[in-house]
Ligand binder design. Structure first.
Ligand SMILES: Cc1cc2nc3c(=O)[nH]c(=O)nc-3n(C[C@H](O)[C@H](O)[C@H](O)COP(=O)(O)O)c2cc1C
Length: 243
């Protein structure tokens, strides 16, 4: 009888030991729980721990607490050409309806230049561009030489460039006021500035020299009106004629 009790007791002990060994080292996270956010999955499906100094990525579905406070200042992003540019030429342009943009892109292609579009904070609507309406935005801006429409995409660091092509449409025989905003907020020291424009037929007139006066720095060439259909070969000839 004693031996039988001893056998039962030993069997119970063995079963307890086996149960404890089975749970040790297991992840306590329930199987349905997501992996910790610091775990990254490679394209090959392998997983590894992200280094602790890995920048955290806040996605759009982040919880309220993950978001930056509303008062966090937004630093104006410097446009692409400003960040360690290695080219010596930049084409800067404003274009309300795309004509100057097309010419600017061809100049950048021919001259192997960086490209920077001046984007207004308030885009110009068709009504804004109605030159038949004396109260349209463009008519009012033209009639007030002190107007300086705000630029949405900040400033471009020009200091590493030696040549700046500066393009715009002709509005009422002159450059749009936003071009004045641009030249008055940038320094052109040591640079050659080449204005160019597109238009319905008017020449560049005094628009380039007006901008040069407003800029107050840089070596400004006279500039030219370029046809909207100008080819890259023609642009190359024009560029060669500048030197
Ligand atoms: C408000 C306004 C005024 C304009 N004034 C002139 C002008 O005086 N002479 C001219 O030839 N074209 C004039 N145009 C036509 C533009 O210069 C021409 O369409 C230009 O190529 C548009 O360039 P974008 O598409 O890059 O904005 C004017 C256009 C607008 C909207």
């Amino acid at each position: 009888m004693k031996q039988w009790v001893l056998t039962v007791w030993m069997t119970v002990c063995l079963l307890c030991l086996a149960a404890c060994a089975g749970t040790s080292g297991q992840n306590p996270v329930p199987s349905g729980e997501q992996a910790p956010s610091s775990t990254v999955t490679s394209a090959a499906g392998e997983t590894s721990q992200a280094p602790s100094d890995e920048p955290s990525v806040i996605t759009s579905d982040s919880s309220e607490d993950d978001r930056a406070p509303a008062s966090t200042p937004i630093t104006p992003e410097s446009p692409e050409p400003s960040s360690g540019n290695t080219r010596d030429t930049v084409v800067v342009y404003f274009s309300a309806t795309g004509t100057t943009k097309g010419v600017a892109e061809r100049i950048a292609s021919v001259t192997n230049a960086d490209l920077f579009e001046i984007v207004p904070v308030q885009p110009y609507s068709a009504a804004d561009l109605d030159w038949n309406d004396p109260n349209s935005r463009t008519s009012l801006e033209t009639n007030d030489p002190s107007v300086r429409p705000a630029i949405a995409n900040g400033t471009v660091r020009l200091e590493n460039y030696t040549t700046v092509y500066l393009g715009y449409p002709i509005w009422w025989g002159d450059a749009p006021r936003i071009m004045s905003t641009f030249v008055e907020t940038h320094r052109f020291d040591g640079m050659t500035v080449i204005p160019f424009c597109t238009s319905g037929g008017s020449g560049i007139g005094r628009s380039g020299s007006n901008l040069a006066s407003q800029a107050g720095s840089g070596h400004w060439l006279g500039g030219d009106r370029l046809r909207d259909s100008i080819s890259e070969d023609e642009i190359q000839n024009w560029v060669n004629s500048l030197h």
